[in-house]
Ligand binder design. Sequence first.
Ligand code: SAM
Length: 231
Amino acid sequence: QLSSRLKTVAEYIPNGSFLADIGSDHAYLPIFAFQNNIIRGAIAGDVADGPIAAAQASVNEADLTDVIETRKGNGLAVISDEDQVDCVTICGMGGSLIASILDNDKDKLATVKRLILQPNISANVIRRWLIQHNWELLAEKILEEDGHIYEILVAEKGDSYKPYNQDKIDQEILFGPFLLKEKSPAFLEKWSREYKEWNRIYEQLNKAVENEQIHKKKKQLKDYIEWYEEE
Ligand code: SAM
């Protein structure tokens, strides 16, 4: 049974796509997407031996070796132009790692029409990267599963500033422009947890001898705390 998190990711894969799932681990997402007639084929990429072996074992087991190819490599390096990949999913990692995977091989995204990214933390780093590289955020989803709260970001090439309100773009990059409008229970839960944590850290830093780094961190926390209170 696939997690709700990855099922939700699958809902955003356009029908008939050729998918590259980067950091695929067990290849559960491409297998589910093929079995549910969403994709015509996929590359399941992963940088590590164990996960690639697990992915190959799942693909063999599902009898899908002719449509899902496992490839070992770093990030988007597993993709080549001939693959004509039109959708990329990168799920279950930190936002900074996802953004660096995208940034390291931007030319590999030439044929890609849609990115579906599921950071476990730091979605703001991805939103910033998308803005800077002309990927327009089309949809966002937040969900809670087994006590964890996950965000999913969907983007296509376009006007990357479109979903943002220029007057409060920094806030929207942190909270997510769509998620902030929607304010779902999972969203409110996530940010009330973070708010408590920011206050706790702020109090700690207040006790420390201030240097430039601490000053910067306190300023950032203060902004976050204010934005939360404003929203
Ligand atoms: N995508 C699956 C999911 O969401 O359930 C698996 C997530 S698992 C926590 C993260 C996977 O990303 C690991 O298998 C790890 O080896 C892989 N990974 C980490 N950095 C990577 C990179 N630079 N390139 C490709 N895979 C990477």
